[in-house]
Design a protein around this ligand. Structure first.
Ligand SMILES: Cc1cc2nc3c(=O)[nH]c(=O)nc-3n(C[C@H](O)[C@H](O)[C@H](O)COP(=O)(O)O)c2cc1C
Length: 390
């Protein structure tokens, strides 16, 4: 189908779906409970290494690819590698964001170990750090050492309720100095943490950059297709993969069931589907009372991991303050089409360093239900002990 065809079909599909008794088709669009079981089961693991990993895999990570492989072959140790089939070469050509996700994973792992009275001694890149591209060598070797002196981390209790929330936030609940102080404290001192609340003129400047970078990601075939390939539309697909970008929108699900949602080509930027994507992002961007960012002085592999660790802590600290967040990495990405926005955001908030994280932050409007958790593949996938099906 050509791009114009996609537009016509999307428009026509609304009518057609209604005509076909869409309610019946729509059933099955929603998030299946099995796909999110990992969130409820993490605390039930007895063995300390499994307990730590069951929490680590709840870490925020780009496109929810969960590209982690754990090896429990040596007692008391956890070897960790990246699954090279689960990287995002178009949006994340150098694997910077993937390593931030690995950092968030390590942070949650260490917190979970501490909750059980174990100190996690984390050795980064025991076989050598990757060069310009990521590799399949271990990114960390963790030793868990029982230690009566290890202090449990109060942020650990927030792990099951942390969410990435991509909805509009309450502009009547500004992000104030107390929020900023709590989030900065959680980030720790090794990286620079910054935050702009609604009265800060930088908020409007960031909004403009974020919008444009989002539009470019949609309009660039390689980055758009990278997302299209990991769209999981409706309950059955979400449950089968338990990764990627979950779509529970009944209309899109219905079109998919009717064979009218073409994922083999990027729709044109001026198509109805894309215009809706842009309009939705504009709306949530307008409903953003603040942004925060994490900046490292250099951009080494260890600093990328550290930035991910800091981000995980900030997100957990947000839960305690009733705040949710939504990373907007588009302008921080390193593919050429977005170079102008990369320069603009660095000029605005980078202060000579590398902006590793930029995220919306705010509170949900009163009465809004907490978002459902994002799917997780669970421990068997992480340990490579999954039963093969089909
Ligand atoms: C380094 C990094 C970059 C991310 N970038 C984005 C982003 O640009 N847009 C977005 O919607 N989510 C982004 N996310 C959030 C992930 O999509 C999210 O963590 C993942 O889907 C799992 O969902 P959860 O955080 O609710 O568990 C990012 C997360 C990380 C760690």
């Amino acid at each position: 189908m050509d791009r114009k065809g996609f537009l016509r079909v999307l428009g026509g599909g609304v009518v057609l779906a209604a005509g076909l008794g869409a309610v019946a088709v729509w059933r099955g669009a929603g998030m299946p409970q099995e796909a999110t079981a990992a969130w409820r089961e993490a605390g039930t693991e007895q063995d300390v290494r499994r307990f730590a990993l069951a929490h680590a895999l709840l870490a925020p990570n780009p496109h929810n690819m969960q590209p982690w492989i754990a090896d429990l072959g040596t007692d008391g140790q956890i070897g960790l590698r990246l699954d090279m089939q689960r990287l995002l070469p178009a949006t994340d050509p150098f694997g910077r964001q993937i390593l931030m996700g690995a950092g968030a994973f390590l942070e949650l792992l260490a917190m979970a170990a501490a909750a059980r009275g174990y100190r996690a001694e984390i050795g980064l890149f025991p076989d050598g750090a990757p060069g310009e591209r990521l590799d399949a060598k271990r990114f960390a070797l963790v030793r868990l050492i029982q230690d009566a002196a290890v202090a449990p981390d109060p942020l650990f209790a927030n792990v099951p309720s942390r969410r990435t929330d991509r909805r509009g936030y309450d502009l009547g609940r500004p992000i104030g100095p107390e929020d900023a102080a709590a989030l900065a404290a959680a980030a720790g001192g090794t990286l620079r943490f910054g935050l702009a609340g609604a009265t800060d003129p930088r908020v409007e400047a960031i909004r403009a950059i974020a919008r444009e970078a989002w539009r470019i990601e949609l309009a660039t075939a390689a980055t758009m297709m990278e997302s299209m390939h990991v769209l999981r539309v409706g309950g059955a697909e979400i449950d089968r993969h338990r990764d990627g970008i979950s779509i529970t929108d009944p209309l899109l699900f219905t079109l998919m069931k009717l064979g009218m949602f073409d994922r083999s080509a990027a729709p044109a930027i001026d198509s109805a589907a894309m215009r809706k994507q842009v309009a939705d992002f504009d709306a949530i961007t307008a409903a953003t009372p603040g942004y925060f960012w994490i900046v490292s002085d250099g951009n080494s592999r260890a600093q990328q991991i550290a930035a991910g660790r800091a981000f995980a802590r900030v997100a957990l600290a947000g839960v305690s303050r009733g705040l949710v967040m939504h990373p907007n990495e588009q302008s921080l990405q390193e593919y050429p089409e977005v170079a102008t926005q990369y320069r603009a955001i660095h000029a605005l908030i980078g202060a000579g360093g590398t902006v590793q994280m930029l995220a919306r932050v705010g509170a949900l409007p009163a009465g809004t239900a907490v978002a459902e958790p994002a799917p997780r593949r669970g421990l068997p996938a992480l340990l490579g002990t999954e039963k093969m099906t089909g």
